[in-house]
Each structure stands twice: as structure tokens, then as C-alpha cells.
Design a protein around this ligand. Structure first.
Ligand code: SF4
Ligand code: SF4
Length: 501
């Protein structure tokens, strides 16, 4: 298992930072997790294809108290302003004389924020000094090349656990570039949503356990309610907590299995020697117990929304009869609030049936509108890209509010061709909102899986991506959370709430 990457330590400033550059400085981590500022190098950015020199417009202050993460198995890349070169650090000597092989440092974006640049790093499967590991890796690489040649026409590479012994897989976070300034740590992020309902102080309160006990006493045999209780207390899930706090968006997990096998699934069994943070539920609930949870929340909560498929279960439309019947029964009790289906879009006919019995909103998750890259990442079991696209048309025809949960990857998402594909969907009346979701995956592996540079168009940057779509479609909304559709003032909220891009 890789070492947990979160580093609680504040960066140790260099005792004698070199003069000459006022740009953010490079951070490096020691294998014990201590983070140090480099005395002379600037932080570098990675746009998904190239390393870039940082400018003040690229970064914002990182929220106070937000963790930095060391990236085991990587080497940090900085920019040396004395000679204009990007440098991969293989050793670092701290002010106290300690010398070590440094790891790159990153942060995971706080809720509501979008990653604009990856942490600049190289991955030690290419640079590791251990020759035995290198030989093993070369052998595995040769095998993967043979598999890839068989499997893909476009240069997409087959990734599997077999070749990954060269370094531990990184846990599934969105590794974002960070640097050090006199004022504190900065990160290559921008704000894309308002976060008033998601502040930590609104959750994790001492009265949650009492509220759970009271609510479970009302419906003691409901396995779904018990699952949500464990999601609230063990996984600290905000939407699960909302069910017991009887407010806003609640989550109703119903799916123990999925129609896809995404490379970066957070609830599937681990691959690539990479740990996953969430566990799927282990039973198939009945329509009746699901309906009771949904209806109670919709009846009681302010701004009520109940979401299927909220993050770390399987695919909620996989068992069509159960989800359809649960919505029908919930709607027989109340017409209040929003029933929202987060889905991979694999079951358009089920989505249609859900809409007919009272679902209101649809959010389809995908990493791209490129068929091959979608298939490479989602690895659909019994559906294909066309089924997923058909779900958009179904949602439009049934009058659902449609969002995408776009798993963004600077260097791929921000190509003009992706903007054009999304534009087409908006023009067809099939998309009202983009939820910009930072793809959490091992960056070393995902970048190898994407098509090579020769098959990518010019990059706009993630801010440029939003700007261009906003310019073309002024009413297309952007955010990172499900929209507050149950609030009567929602239509007046600006399409992009993050301010200046
Ligand atoms: S669609 Fe969702 S639940 Fe299914 S494999 Fe992908 S990330 Fe996991
Ligand atoms: S999002 Fe995950 S943790 Fe939250 S209720 Fe759903 S399954 Fe549980």
C-alpha cells in the first residue's frame, strides 16, 4: 500500500531564499511527509502536456488549514529562473543538512474549486534509480505495448495492475499544483460554485448521532436508512448527514453493482495497487424502503432534493424495476421537491420510465465526449457510448433538468474539440448545467492512457474552457454541486458564480 499522502505539516520556509523571482516557490516533500520550500526554484505547472512557468494569475491562496499531499513515487519539477530551465529534482538538502530523494507536493481542491493545472512531477516508473525495478518495468511495458497494439487503434494504452509494480499507485485524488509565497500556500485552482451549504461547520456536529437514533426509531427495519446512517458517521458523507438533519440534498444509495468499471471508480475494488476511499453497499434494497426514505426527506426538508447515485455506490438505474417503483411510491406520497438521478447514462429506457413516474433531474457522469476515450475510462460492461448519449435525448424529451458530471482533466477536457461537442449538446436542448468535477485518478497512469499529443487539439486551459462555453451559451450553468433546483430563487442565480475567470 502506498503511504497516505496527506501531509499535515506547514511548508518549512527556506532560510535563505534566493533573490530575483517573486513567483511562488517550489514545494517538495521528504519521505516522512515534511514539506519544504525550495530556496531557488519556482513552482512549475503542468497543463496536461507541458510544464509551464507560473504567473500570478494562475494561482490563488489555498484555504487555511487545507491539507497538502505528498506524492510518493514521483519527483517534483521546478523552474530555475537563473537559466530558464525546468528541473526534475532527484535529491534535496534541507537547511538542517538532511538530504533525501524528494517527492512532488500537491493539494486536492477544496469543495467548489476546480483544478486548473496538475502538479508538475515526473513519475518514477520512468526515473526511478533502482535498476531492478526499472528492468521489471521495461518488461511490463513491453507486455502492455503488445496488448495495446492488439486492443486499440488510436494509441490508447491498456492499463492494468500487471505493469504497476514500478511504483505504488497514488490514492484517488485530484493532484493540483501548489507553491509557496510570503503570504502562504497558493494553488492552481479557481472557484466554480458557491459553497454555503457545504461548509464543514454545518456538518460533523455532536447532535448527529441523536438525530440518527430518532430517525431510525421511526423506521427501524429500513436497511437503506441504516446504510445512510453509516455513510453519515463512517464516511462523513454530507448528503447522508442531510437526511438526518432534514435539509437540502439527501443521498439515497441503492446500487451494489455497476454497468461500468471506471479506471478511477472510488467505490470499486482497488486496481493498480491503489486504495479506494469508499465501499459500495452490499445488498439490494427494496423499492418500499427506498421510497420511504425519499418521501420523508422530500416532505420535511427545506430546498428538498433526493439524489440517487450520489458518488460512491454502483449504478442506480441498473436495477430498473426497483428504482422506477421506488420513485412511483415516493411520488404517491408527495409531489414536493426534486428527485435527481446521478447516473452513467447506461440505461436510457429506465431513465425515461423514472421521469414518467416523477423524477425531475438527471446528471450524467462522463470523462469526455470522445467515444474511444470514454470507453477506455468507463470500460462499459453491457452498454456503449451511444446508449449514454441517448440518455441525453431522453432527458430532454421527458423535460428533466440535465447536468453533466464532467470528470475534468486539464490537457484533455480543455481541447476546443471537447468544447464543440458540448456546444452541440447545448444547442440540441440536452444540457443545462456542467458540474466540473476534478477527476481523481493516479495522474501517472491516466496520462499514459490518453491519446498522444499528436491526437490532441490546442488546449484552452480549464478557465479558458469555461470562458469559451460561457461566451457561446450565456445561460449554460457551471458549478461543482447539484443545482439548488428546489429553491424558488434558483433561476436568478448567475450562470457562473465563481467571479472573474
Ligand atoms: S459509473 Fe460510477 S459507480 Fe460505475 S464504475 Fe464508474 S465511477 Fe464507479
Ligand atoms: S454518496 Fe456514498 S457515502 Fe454518501 S450516502 Fe451515497 S453511498 Fe453513502
Amino acid at each position: 500500500m502506498p503511504r497516505p499522502p496527506k501531509s499535515k505539516s506547514k511548508p518549512k520556509p527556506a532560510a535563505t531564499p534566493s533573490k530575483g523571482s517573486t513567483r511562488p516557490r517550489l514545494l517538495v516533500a521528504a519521505p516522512d511527509g515534511t514539506v519544504y520550500e525550495h530556496p531557488g526554484f519556482e513552482m512549475a505547472l503542468d497543463n496536461g502536456l507541458d510544464f509551464l512557468r507560473v504567473t500570478p494569475r494562475d494561482v490563488i491562496p489555498l484555504k487555511e488549514g487545507w491539507d497538502l499531499m505528498a506524492m510518493p513515487g514521483t519527483r517534483p519539477v521546478g523552474y530555475d529562473p537563473s537559466n530558464g530551465q525546468f528541473v526534475t529534482l532527484t535529491t534535496f538538502t534541507a537547511d538542517d543538512g538532511t538530504t533525501f530523494e524528494p517527492w512532488a507536493v500537491a493539494c486536492h481542491p477544496p469543495p467548489g474549486y476546480v483544478r486548473n493545472h496538475h502538479a508538475a512531477a515526473v513519475y518514477t516508473d520512468e526515473t526511478h534509480p533502482d535498476t531492478k525495478i526499472k528492468a521489471l518495468h521495461e518488461e511490463m511495458e513491453a507486455k502492455k505495448e503488445r496488448d495495446a497494439a492488439k486492443a486499440h487503434k488510436r494509441g490508447l494504452r491498456v492499463l492494468d495492475a500487471a505493469g504497476d509494480e514500478a511504483r505504488p499507485g497514488l490514492p484517488l485524488w485530484a493532484y493540483t499544483a501548489v507553491g509557496a509565497t510570503e503570504q502562504g500556500t497558493v494553488a492552481a485552482l479557481f472557484l466554480a460554485d458557491e459553497t454555503t451549504r457545504w461548509a464543514p461547520e454545518l456538518f460533523y456536529k455532536g447532535d448527529l448521532k441523536d438525530k440518527i437514533a430518532t430517525r431510525i426509531a421511526e423506521d427501524p427495519d429500513n436497511q437503506v436508512l441504516r446504510q445512510i446512517a453509516s455513510c453519515a458517521t463512517e464516511s462523513l458523507c454530507c448528503c447522508a448527514s442531510n437526511v438526518f438533519n432534514e435539509r437540502w440534498e439527501g443521498a439515497v444509495p441503492i446500487a451494489p453493482a455497476c454497468t461500468a468499471a471506471c479506471l478511477g471508480c472510488i467505490s470499486k475494488e482497488p486496481e493498480w495497487n491503489t486504495p479506494v476511499p469508499q465501499k459500495r453497499l452490499k445488498f439490494q434494497p427494496t423499492a418500499e424502503e427506498i421510497a420511504r426514505v425519499i418521501a420523508s426527506h422530500l416532505e420535511r426538508a427545506p430546498e428538498p432534493m433526493m439524489s440517487f447515485g450520489q458518488g460512491c455506490e454502483g449504478e442506480p438505474t441498473m436495477n430498473g424495476p426497483v428504482i422506477i417503483e421506488s420513485i412511483r411510491q415516493a411520488r404517491a406520497r408527495t409531489s414536493r421537491g426534486i428527485i435527481n438521478i446521478n447516473t452513467n447514462g447506461s440505461r436510457p429506457d429506465t431513465i425515461r420510465a423514472c421521469a414518467k413516474v416523477g423524477a425531475n433531474a438527471l446528471r450524467i457522469s462522463l470523462n469526455t465526449f470522445d467515444r474511444d476515450v470514454y470507453t477506455m475510462y468507463y470500460r462499459p460492461a453491457d452498454y456503449d457510448f451511444d446508449d449514454m448519449m441517448r440518455s441525453f435525448a431522453v432527458g430532454r424529451d421527458e423535460g428533466l433538468h440535465i447536468s453533466i458530471n464532467l470528470l475534468i482533466w486539464p490537457g484533455w477536457t480543455d481541447q476546443m474539440v471537447e468544447v464543440d461537442r458540448i456546444s452541440k449538446l447545448v444547442d440540441d436542448g440536452c444540457l443545462q448545467m456542467i458540474q466540473l468535477r476534478n477527476l481523481c485518478v493516479d495522474p501517472g497512469y491516466y496520462r499514459k492512457a490518453l491519446p498522444p499529443r499528436s491526437q490532441r487539439g490546442p488546449l484552452l486551459g480549464m478557465k479558458g474552457f469555461v470562458k469559451e462555453l460561457h461566451r457561446r451559451h450565456p445561460t449554460l450553468r457551471f458549478g461543482t454541486f447539484n443545482p439548488r433546483l428546489a429553491a424558488d430563487w434558483w433561476p436568478q442565480v448567475p450562470a457562473f458564480v465563481g467571479g472573474r475567470l
